[in-house]
Design a protein around this ligand. Sequence first.
Ligand SMILES: [Zn+2]
Length: 297
Amino acid sequence: MFTGALGLHYGLENIGAAIVPSSTGNSEKQIMYMKDFGTTLLVATPSYALRLAEVALEMGIDPVKDLNVKIGLVGSELLTDSMREEVHKFWGKDMLVTSNYGMSELMGPGVSGECEYLDGMHINEDFFIPEIINPQTGEVLPEGEQGELVITCIKKEGLPLIRYRTKDITRLNYAPCKCGRTFCRMENLSGRSDDMLKIRGVNVFPSQIEEVILSFSELGPHYEIVVEREGYSDKLTIRVELAKSTDSFTELDNLTKSIANKIKIILGLDAKIKLESPNTLKRFEGKAKRIVDLRSK
Ligand SMILES: [Zn+2]
């Protein structure tokens, strides 16, 4: 399950909204719910919002005319301007599409979100104290400078976090906002200070993939992680070298399936595994560049 769902569930109950819990997938059923209940707010990753619209159209339901969704609260993936345009294309130009930010360690969704003026995500400063630091030195940077976001939770119980390094790179804006809210705003993330990847909204550390690869004696230590965009979804491909060449199709097929299965268990993601002959992948002097992220291209 997506951890964000629990935070939203109890938060929405708290404001008196009716909740219809639903697991991931089952897109047809979710669209039926949206139609039957006249749902006005959609909370999703931007790519799932697009996927839902596609499924609706396949079912003969026009998301703009036949559904009643007025606000799209999207998060967990970067919402670029072009992605926001795509969401409008499917859900109508009048839908308010806001970008939102949170992380499981801090309480899931709700750390910050855009208001109707779409000019940076207001950080809920009654809950969180934000700071921006230089990720190399740890020094606190002056207002408006770009650096790593560090957050202290003021009210969280059970797992208090003090000056927690999010590893997300952004900058803070303390200028007053047109909406009247006085909470500062953080701009869209421009990257990470570590090598974590977001694939289909799931946090992936290359070290997790490496651990799986190293657990197979049939594989060598050389690999490459390729992330691409296919339609509105991210596609993960892992290219890995065999330790020894083999011509046995059955052996290769079984090995591919076992690796994919182990990746699925650890990351919760489907990955395409491509086995390569020994000594075919690029070698590096110094720090290896094992991640090829083609999504922004
Ligand atoms: Zn505002």
